[in-house]
Design a protein around this ligand. Structure first.
Ligand SMILES: Cc1cc2nc3c(=O)[nH]c(=O)nc-3n(C[C@H](O)[C@H](O)[C@H](O)COP(=O)(O)OP(=O)(O)OC[C@H]3O[C@@H](n4cnc5c(N)ncnc54)[C@H](O)[C@@H]3O)c2cc1C
Ligand code: FES
Ligand code: FES
Length: 1441
């Protein structure tokens, strides 16, 4: 039976939809204003972050029972919901009436969120897991099950510790009996509906979901051009087409295609089997046979690391086979055979490794089998020729006997443990035979090596295969290299000729487009460039056809020529050298792992595959030129198992706080947690758009520097639903915004100054149409020369203006350095002359360079705003940390008084500094659009645009000269130059750099020091404020400088830090003295305490012992201190406002100028208000931040949120206290509500309004006098890591953190800030890399490649302590901020990694690592171990003294 209506249940209510466009995702449907279920969030929009996760029940026809799963709704077509029951976070709750489920309750109880943006998705995923176990009568989930589920969720705030805490003890097998969850009954009606086929016709798109294979065949015959979809997990991409008429036929509900069966050692997998089902099958089977290494074990090992469970539950085996990814590489490399069927029902089978395609004749290439498969099947599919019905995989490919064994293994490496684009995949499939007693040889080996994009590394693959040659007495002797490939059934030449002549060129075109697709974010890969490349290829093919018979080789050559043409317009990716080098260097490690697994699981003694040549070259310290596994060495296998590869413990944390009976100092949860957990919290992005509202999308520049010749929006305007285009000429006021200098344009007018610069807006009826239409606007440029790297800017002296004389100097650093150099020279000359070395001169000069990478804020809620014009005014709802600045800039853009602009920021789904100034990019643009059209405007940046446009943490480069004592390690002088990559405009680069310079000395005393700061001007969007604001870079640099000195002087790392630690009375580079009042005395106390509590010295010894006995795993440990100043250095910025109203029923409205963004500011404010008024905290209601209540204020930044706003609220409450004091005295025995009612009727003033300023610090640039901070927050961290020497992957075994929060105002929130900030710092130094195309300036990083830490990347053990007994008297509640400083604690992980890497280098005869660059990613770690990075990136340094 066929249905023409879409019917499903939503939160228990039946929904029937008759007319809608089939290219709608479930998330778009849920969040659209008519449905309004905005508790389900959109963050990445690409299936990565998990914010959009919902719970789905459907009827599994094969098993004849309901099934529960979690789904990422941004990648799930609405039409797929037919017959399903969908549950969103809201459930039966309403905004005013909420009942928590046990899972929600646990998250609330354990502070399982901060900003709350990720929470609904995480709750739905974990609820689905627990309910599934309960429904299916399984035992409670294990910690591993929870980890697998959390692998699909990104939380940027918490550091995951409280998330684990919320789940582990209550719902897993480890805790007490988990609570019974209320499992919704699957509606009977849906059982019947799910047996129906579906046919939906929209205006452009037509959709069929057949239930049987026969039905599918008939439909396909009738619609040969239809697009076949399996799981449709790329639907978000596919659905973005608003011009083409499309027909879709889905395989997802065809029962015949959804089964896995096994017969005679051959697995048959239906085309529509979800990948997770295949994984669970593989797990179940391999658990029965632990000692085999067959393809199922490989699937069970590798599949969990690809995508996330929520995507794997939907994506199908056929869909994955056709994506040019490591997943298809894996399947094809394992020898999968694909079953195909053509329109006439004729079936065929193809093993890509060995067979030609029956449709187009394309051959698999053993070096890149999946490329060919993907190419030809997609091509044939697209031309209505064949579709995949299933695949077969031989599990036992040989008859195993005592003398014959099968071995299959794979190794996948990525920059984070889950859900990441991989760096390398190596797959081995081999058969071993016992030639003589105890001597085994390979009779069959197939190896493939591919990169993260699934592209084969042919050279490495071939060189590896060549490595398996019979060699001397080696037990790793191989009979024939890749005999599986050579034994293939070679097609006749005639076949090939025919096929190549007719179809192969199509495949090549497809391959070319695939390549272009991979590179599509490089905007200069214009359609013209692709057309030009295709032309080249066409000519090549024509030549081939004219001159002779085409072959694989000749068509490949055509492909290569076309690619070269593409590369002319698009030089290689900046990291290509890194990835390429990584693969060639790391792949031998994979072979060692395989050898290890062979010996352990098959009982065969093997020897390691040691790259002899590498060792020789490395010993001389030179860079490696080529992959090395050309020989098989006699070296015995010494691989250690990776004991700690997977988490076996969860974090603990503790804090000491005074036992308090006051609200100030009391550990309390974030007051918004319950509404976060129920999805009722409204963020700006959830504010409904008023009637007549339009959706806007930026038109961005596609060149880094150029003159705009023409903007042609005619194609875009043809699309139904597009309303208008807005450009610079529509701005009624001034075309500028952001920062102090205000040199950023709202829309580029004549000149484009960077790639991805806003040029205009497209306005449309829906966000999807606006997004699509923006891609159709054509802008013509006259391209001008661009500066795209920091180094190039320095070379060309391209700098942004800074304050005159912005360098800071203490003592006479240059003189000391010069004198020391002179003495060193004199000594060397004396020595040269052979004179006796009488004077062992103590001081030495050390020079070096260090580079710190940038970082994307990656907050949950991307930048967005709604602008509503009315009555000569505008109301702006903005996700900003700085409403007054938005008010100022919007007024300027519209040319109206500031009083006519209201800006409201309800709360933020994370800010981290990225929403300090940059929201003005959106608000000014949307305000201009509202002015032009007179209609409300919503503007939301999608994740990739947010990353490309809004800027991030400043990459910085530090060049330094240090004078230190050879004997003691004492520092005497430092001359450092710090250069930040600013971008094309100032934004806040100046102040960021100043903070870096002020704090470059860290917690160390250096009597002679100069720091010079410069901001490089490049053709990029400006970088901006980011948690720490220059302090993380300063901390990283000084710790690298000290590490350099310690290594050269032969002094232990901790000792050089200890000996130079600040003492009260020492001078600072800013001229003031280190003082008791600013808290410097605390650093010594904390250092000593953490040395003791972390057991640093003993653990260091244990690490050294471990390293002495291990070669393939290495450990490292490091202790680093940090210091961070609180407040803006410009006094005028240190001001805030508060407005407090007491109402007659006793409830209190508190408005303040700070922004709640997850840090718990509103909770702390409520504590201050309740404590000051002497009432219960339940009376306090904190209002949204708005310029209507508090204006003329500053961003919630510089760690001042509580210090300023808490002070203002306290003052306002004191005014109320003063007013009500006589009445309270009279009504001593009455309750607070009774007093308030009487106060109202007796006409008492019941409101307070206060303005608060911090004490003047009076920093004067001209005289370089005054202070640069109100106080300092201090901290120390110890981290221990374990590195897999073979691949560079690592695990943080344990981190101990201690942070000075003064007398913490709320230890629960402060400890949460410390943990979350620390993990953000760890991400910055180890994994998060912003990558630009150095040729064009295009942003290459996106949500798939940018590796924010996930749940399994955090330390196995995390111990967080708030220092006990400290007070910061002048501040509110004697507390200190914990907002920014914890990021700096992450530096200890980088230092620990360097320690581990050095141990591996020493094993290789390499000197200590001097290459100082962050992030120290998995690939960089491996290359550093092998000596490949030495001398790279132009980083210079002293190597001996
Ligand atoms: C979070 C996330 C991360 C990802 N990471 C990567 C990555 O790193 N690398 C990468 O390459 N991809 C990546 N992808 C894409 C991913 O590979 C695809 O989304 C998935 O493989 C497609 O499976 P599907 O069943 O959803 O296929 P669909 O989206 O339904 O289809 C995919 C393609 O296969 C075709 N097809 C499907 N079934 C058949 C059939 N039976 N016969 C013939 N043709 C068929 C379709 O026409 C379509 O062209 C990622 C996706 C997500 C959501
Ligand atoms: S996974 Fe859907 S929004 Fe990120
Ligand atoms: S709480 Fe997880 S992203 Fe903010």
């Amino acid at each position: 039976m066929e249905s023409n209506s879409l019917v499903f249940y939503l939160n228990g209510n039946k929904v029937t939809l008759n007319s809608f466009e089939p290219n709608t995702t479930l998330l778009q449907y849920l969040r659209n204003p008519e449905v309004g279920l905005t508790g389900t969030k959109e963050s990445c929009g690409s299936g990565v972050c998990g914010a959009c996760t919902i719970l789905m029940m459907y009827y599994d026809e094969n098993k004849a029972k309901p099934y529960i799963t979690a789904i990422k709704s941004c990648q799930f077509p609405l039409i797929y919901c037919h017959g399903c029951a969908i549950y969103t976070i809201e459930g039966k709750n309403t905004a005013l009436n909420q009942k928590l489920t046990p899972v929600q309750e646990s998250f609330v109880k354990h502070d399982g969120a901060q900003c709350g943006f990720c929470l609904p998705g995480t709750i739905m995923s974990t609820t689905a897991l627990f309910e599934k176990h309960q429904l299916e009568g399984l035992p409670p989930p294990t910690v591993g099950d929870i980890e697998e589920t959390l692998g699909g969720h990104t939380c940027r705030c918490t550091g995951y510790r409280p998330i684990f805490q919320s789940l582990k003890d209550y719902f897993t097998e480890e805790g007490p009996k988990p609570p019974q969850l209320e499992i919704p009954k699957f509606p009977d009606e849906l059982v019947e509906l799910s047996k129906q086929s579906l046919h939906i016709k929209g205006s452009l798109w037509e959709f069929f979901k057949p239930k049987s294979l026969n039905e599918f065949r008939a439909l396909w015959k009738a619609h040969p051009d239809a697009l076949i979809l399996g799981g449709a997990t790329n639907s978000n991409q596919i659905f973005r087409d608003y011009l083409t008429k499309r027909t879709i036929i889905s395989t997802a509900s065809i029962a015949e295609l959804s089964e896995i069966t096994e017969k005679d050692g051959v697995l048959h997998i239906g085309a529509a089997v979800p990948v997770q089902t295949l994984l669970e099958y593989a797990r179940a089977q391999t658990s029965k046979t632990p000692n085999t290494h067959n393809p199922l074990r490989t699937l069970a090992d590798i599949l969990p690391r690809l995508r996330s469970k929520q995507i794997r539950c939907v994506s199908t085996v056929a869909g994955e086979l056709l994506s040019m990814s490591e997943m298809s590489a894996l399947l094809v490399s394992l020898g999968i055979s694909i079953q195909l069927e053509d329109v006439e029902g004729k079936t065929s089978q193809r093993t890509p490794l060995t067979d030609k395609c029956s449709c187009c004749g394309s051959m698999g290439d053993k070096a890149a089998p999946y490329e060919a498969t993907t190419c030809c099947v997609m091509d044939c599919n697209n031309h209505g020729k064949q579709f995949i019905t299933g695949a077969t995989l031989r599990i036992n490919s040989v008859d195993e006997s005592a003398t014959k064994k099968q071995f299959t293994d794979a190794l996948l490496v990525s920059r984070r443990k889950d859900n990441a684009a991989s760096l390398m995949l190596v797959v081995m499939k081999a058969t071993l035979e016992e030639a003589s007693k105890g001597e085994w040889k390979f009779s069959d080996v197939a190896l493939t090596v591919s990169d993260g994009r699934g592209n084969a590394d042919r050279e490495t693959t071939k060189s590896f295969t060549a490595a398996f040659k019979p060699e001397g007495k080696s037990q790793l002797a191989v009979e024939s290299a890749s005999s599986s490939a050579s034994s293939s059934s070679t097609p006749s030449e005639a076949d090939i000729v025919m096929a190549v002549k007719t179809k192969r060129p199509l495949c090549v075109i497809h391959r070319l487009e695939g390549t272009a697709e991979c590179l599509k974010k490089a905007p200069q890969l214009s359609s013209e460039a692709i057309i030009a490349a295709k032309e080249v290829m066409k000519k090549e093919i024509e030549t081939i056809l004219l001159t002779g018979m085409p072959t694989e080789a000749s068509t490949d050559a055509a492909y290569k020529a076309a690619c070269e043409k593409l590369n002319e317009s698009r030089p290689p990716l900046p990291t290509t050298w890194l990835t390429k080098r990584y693969i060639t260097i790391a792949a031998p490690g994979a072979l060692n792992r395989f050898a290890y697994n062979m010996s352990h699981h098959l009982g065969i003694t093997l020897k390691a595959i040691v790259p002899k040549k590498c060792e020789k070259e490395s010993a001389s310290g030179s860079a490696l030129a080529s992959p090395c596994p050309s020989t098989v060495d006699e070296k015995p296998l010494e691989l250690e198992p990776l004991q700690t590869r997977y988490r076996n413990e969860l974090q603990k944390y503790s804090f000491d706080y005074e036992k308090v009976d006051t609200l100030i100092g009391k550990p309390m949860s974030n007051m918004h947690l319950q509404s976060h957990a129920t999805g009722m919290t409204q963020f700006t992005v959830d504010v409904p758009l008023p009637p007549r509202g339009l959706y806007a999308e930026f038109i961005l520049s596609t060149v880094a520097h150029g003159k705009i010749l023409k903007i042609d929006g005619s194609e875009a305007m043809k699309i139904p639903g597009v309303v208008d285009i807005v450009t610079a000429k529509d701005i009624p006021g001034e075309n500028k915004h952001t920062g102090i200098v205000m040199d950023t344009k709202i829309f580029a007018d004549e000149i484009v100054e960077c790639m991805h610069q806003p040029i205009g807006l497209i306005l449309a009826d829906t966000p999807q149409i606006a997004e699509y239409a923006a891609t159709l606007v054509k802008v013509e440029y006259e391209v001008l020369p661009a500066i795209l790297t920091l180094e190039e800017a320095v070379e060309k002296k391209s700098f942004l203006s800074m304050y005159e004389g912005s360098d800071v100097v203490l003592g006479e650093p240059l003189k000391v350095i010069e004198e020391t150099r002179q003495k060193q020279k004199e000594r060397e000359e004396r020595m040269k002359k052979g004179e006796a070395d009488t004077e062992d001169y103590e001081w030495v000069v050390i020079e070096g360079e260090a580079k710190a990478g940038g970082q994307d804020h990656y907050y949950g809620e991307t930048q967005n705003c709604v602008v509503i014009p009315h009555d000569g005014m505008v109301d702006v709802f903005s996700s900003t940390q700085n409403p007054s600045k938005v008010q100022f800039d919007v007024a300027g853009a519209l040319g109206i008084p500031r009083a006519k602009v209201m800006c409201k920021a309800m709360r933020l789904g994370g800010g981290f500094g990225g929403k300090q100034d940059r929201p003005c990019i959106l608000t000014t643009a949307a305000a201009v659009a509202a002015y032009k059209t007179g209609r409300p405007i919503r503007l939301v940046m999608k994740r990739s645009m947010d990353m490309a446009v809004h800027g991030g943490r400043h990459p910085m480069w530090c060049r330094y000269t240090l004078v230190a004592s050879k004997k003691t390690g004492l520092l005497k002088a430092l001359d450092a130059e710090v250069i930040a990559q600013g971008g094309y405009a100032h934004d806040v680069t100046g102040p960021v750099l100043f903070k870096c310079t002020f704090q470059l000395q860290g917690t160390y005393t250096i009597p002679n020091i100069r720091v010079v700061a410069r901001a490089a001007k490049t053709n990029h969007n400006p970088n901006t404020a980011f948690r720490g604001f220059g302090a993380p870079q300063s901390c990283l640099f000084i710790e690298m400088i000290l590490e350099h000195a310690a290594d050269l002087l032969g002094i232990p790392q901790s000792q050089i830090r200890d000996i130079n630690m600040n003492k009260v009375g020492d001078p600072l580079v800013t001229g003031s003295l280190i003082s008791q009042n600013k808290g410097e005395k605390f650093i010594r106390i904390m250092w000593d305490e953490l040395m003791k509590t972390s057991d640093y010295e003993n653990r260091l010894k244990a690490v050294d012992e471990f390293n002495a006995t291990h070669t393939s795993t290495k450990r490292g440990i490091a202790i680093t201190p940090m210091k961070n100043g609180a407040c803006f250095e410009d006094d005028f910025m240190n001001q805030a406002e508060a407005l407090v109203h007491v109402l007659p029923d006793g409830s209190v409205e508190v408005a303040h100028s700070g922004i709640e963004m997850g840090q718990g500011l509103n909770t702390k404010i409520a504590q201050v208000a309740a404590e000051t008024l002497g009432i219960d905290i339940s009376f306090i209601h904190v209002l949204h931040t708005s310029t209507e209540t508090c204006t003329n204020t500053q961003p919630t930044a510089a760690s001042t949120g509580l210090d300023l706003n808490g002070g203002a609220v306290k003052k306002a409450c004191e005014q109320i206290n003063a007013s009500l004091a006589p009445l309270r005295e009279k009504m001593k025995d009455k309750t607070w509500p009774e007093i308030c009612t009487t106060a109202y009727f007796s006409r008492y003033a019941m409101s307070g309004q206060a303005h608060f300023i911090l004490p003047t610090i009076n920093w004067q640039w001209k005289t370089k006098t005054g202070f640069t901070a109100f106080y300092y927050a201090f901290g120390v961290s110890v981290s221990e890591v374990e590195v897999d020497v073979e691949t560079g992957e690592f695990t943080i075994l344990r981190s101990d953190l201690i942070e000075d929060a003064g007398r913490s105002l709320n230890p629960t929130l402060d400890a949460g800030q410390v943990e979350g900030g620390f993990i953000q710092g760890v991400g910055w130094v180890t994994a998060e890399e912003i990558e630009y195309d150095i040729a064009t300036g295009a942003m290459l990083s996106d949500m798939h490649t940018y590796a924010v830490p996930l749940a399994r990347d955090v330390p196995l053990e995390l111990r967080t302590t708030l220092a006990h007994g400290f007070r910061c008297e002048p501040n509110v509640g004697a507390s200190k901020t914990t907002a920014e400083s914890p990021v700096l604690l992450g530096v200890s992980v980088l230092m620990a990694l360097r320690h581990a890497v050095n141990s591996a280098r020493f094993d290789r005869g390499l000197p200590v690592l001097r290459y100082q660059l962050s992030p120290f990613t998995v690939d960089r770690i491996k290359l550093a171990i092998e000596g490949v990075l030495d001398g790279e990136d132009g980083i210079k340094y002293t190597t001996k003294v």
